[in-house]
Design a protein around this ligand. Structure first.
Ligand code: FSX
Ligand code: SF4
Ligand code: F3S
Length: 388
């Protein structure tokens, strides 16, 4: 039988309670949540709990370059546990320009000391893009360019994590025409690194990645862009609570219109969920419960976790459909209003046209037709008003 979280000795729990200043129930809940977020098999929460409870705190060096500090801010808003607990009890944050009290030479010394003492063992976290044009003069700290700093700190790190879209692939600072040559950590180092994109990223994706390192001594499995699969393995569109509206052809056509107020799909307002990989719909933000994520709040996803989408495509432009089979079995509800058609005939037509024309064409047709349907509806309403 695999170990269970309930097998942890009461004495150990009391110790952890004291060390983390966190009620044991909350601690166990945290470990279970992290194990579930990581997609680990049943029983793994015990390993997570054991690691968090007893692991020697790994040294973390956190660099800031071209960014807004939103990544650190979002982490500071994490609740289970708060970053304060994580900083002081789970990881040893030896260098973080925004949070550390030290300044100037003292700060530089803290970084150098941590690198020397934990050579080959520390985690390097990079927040922000790295300006590369004109020998990197656009960002200098303590007399060193960001390019030199990241290379120096990465050389002896056990793991490198790029947090946020800026560090992962350039993000906002790399927006065309990218005057500073803002680049990702991987581009500057010339080798792949783990990435936690998002602007800002979900703090739990970072926490879960850090706890994975703590538990298993290595970073979790990633896709080819370095994104942990547990968090970025699925398209937003696959798990979106508005997906049924998409499949049924019910779209908000303008902010504040009836469809928008009713929670219809935001595809036609530019939602990039169909081409963006992230767990935003399932994880949510801000510990505020279900539905607290961009689309849940009524704003189209801008694709902030996706290179070439966020800060690259106009917010209102329509997303490319990736890996989505058109739901041929669904009627085109919006198009059928007042046209005397029924479910069976719509489905049959869709199936024939789908088979003949291919899925993508069918889907495009569906989407185009709902535009027409909305226009028809508008004309009908205007006519009824005029006649009244
Ligand atoms: Fe800001 Fe982080 Fe965006 Fe960038 O997040 S929230 S600009 S991803 O590097 O601080
Ligand atoms: Fe959700 Fe956007 Fe997909 Fe619509 S297009 S179902 S709002 S992810
Ligand atoms: Fe970003 Fe879209 Fe999630 S904008 S936060 S990837 S819903």
């Amino acid at each position: 039988m695999s170990a269970s979280i309930f097998d942890i000795a009461q004495g150990d729990l009391a110790a952890v309670e004291q060390r983390l200043r966190m009620p044991r129930r909350e601690f166990l809940q945290f470990c279970t949540t992290v194990a579930a977020t990581l997609g680990l098999p049943a029983g793994a929460e015990a390993a997570v709990a054991k690691a968090v409870e007893s692991a020697k705190r790994p040294s973390v060096i956190w660099l800031h370059f071209q960014e807004c500090t939103g990544c650190s801010e979002s982490l500071l808003r994490a609740e289970h546990p708060t970053l304060e607990k994580l900083i002081f009890d789970v990881i040893s944050l030896d260098y973080h320009e925004t949070l550390m009290a030290a300044a100037g030479h003292q700060a530089e010394k803290a970084r150098k000391d941590a690198m020397a003492q934990h050579k080959g063992k520390y985690i390097l976290v990079v927040e922000g893009a790295i300006p590369t044009k004109q020998n990197g003069i656009y960002c200098k700290i303590g007399g060193h360019t960001a390019v030199d700093l990241v290379k120096e700190c990465a050389a002896d790190a056990a793991a490198v994590i790029a947090i946020g879209s800026c560090a992962s692939w350039g993000g906002m600072p790399s927006t065309d025409p990218n005057p500073t040559g803002a680049s990702s950590v991987a581009e500057v180092l010339g080798k792949p690194v783990a990435t936690i994109p998002g602007c800002p990223p979900n703090p739990y994706n970072f926490l879960a990645t850090a706890v994975h390192f703590l538990t298993f001594g290595k970073l979790p499995a990633t896709d080819k862009l370095g994104r942990p699969l547990f968090a970025y393995g699925r398209l937003i569109h696959e798990n979106c609570e508005r997906r049924a509206h998409f499949d049924a052809g019910r779209f908000a056509m303008a902010f504040g219109d009836e469809g928008h107020r009713k929670g219809y799909c935001l595809y036609k307002l530019g939602c990039k969920g169909p081409e963006t990989y992230a767990n935003c719909p399932t994880l949510g933000f801000g510990d505020a419960g279900e539905g607290n994520w961009p689309v849940g709040c009524g704003h189209p996803c801008i694709g902030c976790t996706e290179k070439g989408v966020g800060f690259a495509k106009p917010i209102h432009s329509m997303a490319k459909m990736l890996n989505v089979a058109p739901p041929l079995q669904y009627p085109r509800i919006a198009e059928e209003i007042g046209k005397g058609s029924n479910f069976a005939s719509a489905a049959a037509l869709a199936a024939i046209a789908g088979a003949a024309a291919g899925g993508a064409v069918m889907l495009a047709k569906n989407l185009g037709l709902s535009h027409q349907a909305a226009e028809l509806e508008k004309a009908k309403e205007a006519k009824t008003k005029a006649e009244a």
